[in-house]
Design a protein around this ligand. Structure first.
Ligand SMILES: C[S@@+](CC[C@H](N)C(=O)[O-])C[C@H]1O[C@@H](n2cnc3c(N)ncnc32)[C@H](O)[C@@H]1O
Length: 355
């Protein structure tokens, strides 16, 4: 799984070509227009350096009610948010979250009273929504991982394609950078991170080489240094892939506590969803997808009592979620247009009316 770190830059120009000149002219003429589907889609295509994955499928999965309240937990460059807004009526609401300040900055161009963009981890969504007086919602979307602008901005330190400070934080206003983690970790912990989150078979050798370099008095502070150490250590890797792909992915997931965030957030989504509300999660890593699948399964089948346990069917815990359809993956034409989409899997579930 290689979301982000080795992906091709998003092609904004390709997207822009899709927007007809009539629609672009309309957008220029009516910048405040809030409920015209085409102007939102055109704006998204014109401004976004990120090609949204499973755009139509994810928004369809939310089964938007025009006057409903929705949450986009991962605003990014707002591809999904704009499409949701285009389907909401005048009293619909959309709350979007992102922990990346650049994403928040980019969202300031959306001037729409139905929309609120909040700088926060999505694991805080329940508390942040409560501050807005919102206690239940009709749909929540999580499009996990990182966006193309994060990868393509060298100074963020997510990519081995550029030599830059080894940062990797989505939220640069807080937390430990990848360089700070490497400076204080043990060889064993580093090997575990690289193995578990990068599924890297050379994890132990890579960790050994990194710690040896550090112990020789050479602090690992740049993406270039890390890429070089891994390249000198890894002898076999997938064709066409940079040998550092898996190590970079692992450090990114660890630094941003991506799995912890997801496991904290899924129960909060459940608590927030109104009866028949939808949850759609797009994962790019098998560990994320497994967590989402298991969560839905556990909520669907809440009977974990031993076989033959004397209990009446009516007294059994009732399901709080039911899955909607099978896992959805981007089709070949989407992957061709956007190679980042190749490892995406979306799972959808609906809240039952059981309290
Ligand atoms: C794949 S992008 C989303 C792209 C978006 N759907 C679009 O169409 O532009 C993921 C975004 O989620 C943000 N993100 C990832 N984990 C997050 C978390 N735990 N809390 C808040 N934002 C998060 C990242 O900063 C990134 O901007």
């Amino acid at each position: 799984m290689t979301k982000g770190v080795d992906s091709a830059p998003a092609k904004a120009s390709l997207s822009s070509q899709k927007a007809s000149s009539t629609e672009a002219a309309k957008l220029e003429k009516y910048p405040q227009e809030v409920s015209t589907l085409n102007s939102y889609e055109v704006e998204s295509q014109l401004v976004s350096p990120h090609i949204t994955v499973l755009l139509d499928e994810a928004v369809q999965a939310l089964a938007i009610k025009p006057n409903g309240v929705y949450v986009d937990g991962t605003f990014g460059r707002g591809g999904h948010s704009r499409k949701i807004l285009s389907q909401l009526g005048v009293s619909g609401r959309l709350f979007a979250f992102d922990r990346d300040l650049a994403a928040i900055e980019s969202g300031q161009s959306i001037k729409d009273t139905r929309f609120k963009l909040i700088h926060s981890h999505f694991s805080e969504m329940q508390a942040k929504l409560a501050e807005e007086g919102v206690f239940d919602v009709n749909g929540i979307l999580l499009d996990l991982g990182i966006s193309s602008p994060q990868i393509d901005e060298a100074s963020r330190g997510f990519s081995f394609r550029y030599d830059a400070p080894l940062d990797m934080r989505m939220d640069q206003s807080q937390g430990q950078t990848a360089a700070e983690f490497i400076a204080q970790t043990t060889e064993q912990q580093l090997a575990e991170v690289i193995k578990n989150y990068g599924e890297e078979r050379f994890a132990k050798s890579i960790a050994r080489a990194i710690i040896a370099e550090r112990n020789d008095g050479r602090a690992i502070t740049t993406t270039g240094q890390l890429t070089q150490i891994v390249a000198n250590t890894v002898t076999r890797f997938e064709p066409g892939q940079n040998p550092a792909t898996r190590t970079f992915q692992a450090l990114r997931i660890f630094v941003n506590q991506e799995l912890e965030e997801l496991s904290l957030t899924l129960p909060k989504c459940l608590a927030l969803l109104a009866p028949h509300g939808r949850l759609a999660v797009i994962s790019f890593h098998s560990l994320e997808d497994r967590m989402v699948k298991q969560f839905i399964r556990d909520q669907e089948n809440r009977d974990d009592l031993p076989a033959n346990f004397p209990v009446r069917a009516a007294d059994l815990p009732q399901p709080k979620l039911k899955s909607v359809g099978k896992a959805i993956k981007p089709d070949l034409s989407e992957v061709k247009l956007n190679p980042r989409a190749r490892s995406a899997v979306m799972r959808v579930a609906e809240r039952t009316s059981i309290l």
